[in-house]
Design a binder for this molecule. Structure first.
Ligand SMILES: Cc1ncc(COP(=O)(O)O)c(C=O)c1O
Length: 481
């Protein structure tokens, strides 16, 4: 039998007060129950534990508990302890002492819709061996006594530098890597570090684009300039013609979010030239380049100009968003400055997560997971293309874990409504746009179970076929230009 540790209670008893100790204790516990601080079902400390904790005799606690049991605030279950009783909505005891509390039947909850999010990766429990190994290593490791290094665990920075060099053609060392809590965290840190008091700064973003980046920029006190996207990526000519001062440009060159295309080599060079002309920083969000099925991804944009491009990577797609772990790669001085800013506000990367990631990278578990997921996404992407590509225009060959369909606005909303009735929440392309007029649906297929995927493809293809999406009819308004 394992002993359950006793919870502590925030009670303070005053000796020498005119109120006896057991009355004080009963009053304070009653107050904790009626205020909701101790909800129904909470276990109370044992007589002995509470007596030790508050420095009184066990009989004092016994008297106080007896009083509250008699009043119906507490119930005692033989062999397992004393608990807060179920209460009526008005906050009074539900039943007379000794009577069983009436069971409360919760109202049936509506079944939540299955969201086809672009960012939900596939998780296969058969791939858990690496994780088990990683968490065992965490348990065996010596945690730091104080706050961990604000730039990240040195061994993780080394592993990330090797991973980025190997997979993204971008040779870098550990001092150029800052461990973050994900892409948006890295972006927020960077933008905050570049802010100057009393001065407005502007970041140019892709439109349609990643809404969380826009929210991060705005919350960091930056203005946002929307720049259209054409078939080659962010429209640099459009940017060049804008009279506003632009301090940074945020792009997703490997896999434009949410249209899915790759920024061409020529467009990359044009973007760097324009950034140079404006003395603006380029922020590269490389969220899912591990998952390409047609051709290998181009090397990172940052590989072309390490001093002007700050690179943001994440474990959210390769492992899981719940990990909240990513990395920023930039010049060593910038990394050191960002680490200093973080230390000043105790924004240190979480130690167990970093330690687990060291094992995942060092022992090749991440590579193995990526290979398995890539096979799964390639097969799923081909199915989505085959089933939906007949009825709607795909914005680009499918990569990553979502497919973007271009349809007239009315078709998109009608199909999304049909999907909703079948239990699925399919994001509209318009949700990702601020000024852009392209419309359609963004079908995230990573996080679905096999059964959900089969069902939603049936629903979407039937709905698209019925509502006529205009597939195959060139439509100037929809084309990527
Ligand atoms: C464009 C883009 N960037 C980055 C991310 C990942 O963000 P984070 O690393 O903060 O989880 C996502 C996830 O959906 C995304 O769509």
């Amino acid at each position: 039998v394992t002993s359950v540790p006793s919870p502590t209670l925030p009670v303070v008893l005053r000796r020498g007060s005119s109120r006896p100790l057991h009355v004080q204790l009963a009053g304070q516990v009653r107050e904790l129950v009626t205020s909701g601080a101790l909800p129904p079902g909470s276990r109370l400390p044992s007589n002995r534990a509470l007596a030790t904790e508050t420095g009184v005799a066990r009989s004092v606690v016994e008297q106080a508990y007896d009083q509250l049991l008699a009043e119906g605030w507490l119930v005692s279950r033989r062999g397992s302890g004393t608990f807060v009783a179920d209460l009526h909505p008005g906050g009074s005891p539900a039943s007379a002492p000794g009577e069983p509390a009436p069971a409360r039947r919760p109202a049936p909850a509506a079944r939540p819709l299955v969201r086809l999010g672009t960012g939900n990766p596939w998780v296969d429990r058969r791939q858990d061996a690496g994780w088990r190994r990683a968490w065992r290593d965490v348990a065996a490791a010596q945690p730091p006594r104080g706050y961990p290094d604000p730039a990240g665990l040195p061994e993780l920075r080394t592993e990330v530098a090797a991973y980025v060099s190997r997979t993204r053609g971008m040779a870098c060392g550990p001092d150029e890597v800052l461990v973050t809590s994900g892409t948006t965290h890295g972006l927020g840190l960077l933008l905050t570090s570049l802010s100057a008091p009393g001065e407005r700064r502007t970041v140019a973003v892709e439109d349609p684009g990643y809404r969380a980046a826009v929210a991060t920029a705005t919350q960091s006190g930056w203005d946002v300039l929307d720049v259209p996207v054409d078939g080659e990526g962010l429209d640099v000519q459009h940017l060049a013609a804008r009279p506003e001062r632009v301090d940074a440009v945020y792009v997703t060159p490997a896999h434009q979010h949410p249209l899915g295309l790759t920024m061409t080599g020529a467009r990359r060079l044009a973007l760097l030239a324009e950034a140079h002309r404006r003395d603006a920083l380029v922020v590269e969000d490389d969220y899912d380049s591990e998952f390409r099925y047609d051709v290998a991804p181009l090397p990172a944009l940052a590989a072309l100009d390490r001093s002007r491009v700050v690179y943001l990577g994440t474990a959210s797609k390769t492992l899981m968003p719940g990990l909240r772990c990513g990395w920023l790669v930039g010049p060593a001085e910038l990394v050191a400055r960002l680490a200093q800013l973080r230390a000043a506000r105790h924004d240190h990367p979480v130690w167990p997560v970093q330690r687990a990631l060291v094992t995942m990278l060092r022992e090749g578990h991440l590579d193995k997971l990526v290979r398995a997921a890539r096979r799964e996404y390639a097969a799923r992407g081909a199915r989505v293309t085959e089933r939906l590509g007949r009825h709607a225009v795909l914005a680009s060959p499918v990569a990553g874990m979502y497919a973007t369909l271009l349809t007239p606005a009315g078709v998109a909303t009608a199909v999304a409504e049909d999907a909703r009735r079948a239990g699925f929440d399919v994001p509209l392309l318009a949700e990702h746009a601020r000024t852009d007029g392209r419309t359609g649906l963004v079908v995230g297929f990573g996080g679905l179970t096999e059964a959900q995927l089969a069902r939603v493809l049936d629903v979407l293809s039937a709905s698209l076929r019925e509502r006529g999406s205009g597939a195959g009819e060139p439509d100037g308004d929809l084309a990527l230009g």
